[in-house]
Write a protein that binds this ligand. Structure first.
Ligand code: ZN
Length: 143
């Protein structure tokens, strides 16, 4: 069962809850950071949702907040609907200063078409509706 981040009333007087895309993906602030890890055994920095260090196989990992800015490594425009998103929508990989890439839905910004290597920043917002609830996750947009 996912824990609601917050709740508000919808037009019909019901409760709209904000639920996280994945438990433990973001720190618990409203505009949370992505949660990555530092391996306490070999010191490598690791991406979100890592369970075991791929360098030394230790599972002694410490949670860290990841940078909210990175560079657009590559992207694609998707012309078919996904399970949750209506086409066209863009997705890509963001190269973080920590030394790895994270996959993200990309948010458009007026006058800033996506370009490889451009500076991107993370925003936390609704990804889609699920029944009466809002699923909250992260996107990256041009700076
Ligand atoms: Zn390690």
């Amino acid at each position: 069962m996912r824990k609601a981040l917050s709740a508000k009333e919808n037009e019909k007087g019901g409760q709209v809850s904000k639920i996280p895309l994945r438990e433990g993906l973001l720190t618990e602030r409203t505009d949370g950071d992505l949660v990555g890890f530092r391996c306490k055994s070999c010191n490598h920095l690791l991406p979100p949702l890592t369970i075991t260090c791929p360098y030394c196989y230790s599972d002694d990992l410490e949670r860290i907040s990841l940078s909210r800015r990175g560079k657009l490594y590559t992207y694609s425009v998707n012309y078919m609907d996904s399970e949750h998103l209506k086409a066209p929508f863009s997705t890509g990989y963001i190269e973080l200063p920590e030394g790895f890439r994270v996959f993200s839905v990309l948010k458009e910004k007026e006058g800033k078409p996506f370009e490889v290597d451009m500076e991107m920043e993370m925003v936390v917002e609704k990804l889609w509706d699920k029944d009466d609830d809002e699923v909250i996750g992260y996107k990256f947009q041009p700076v």
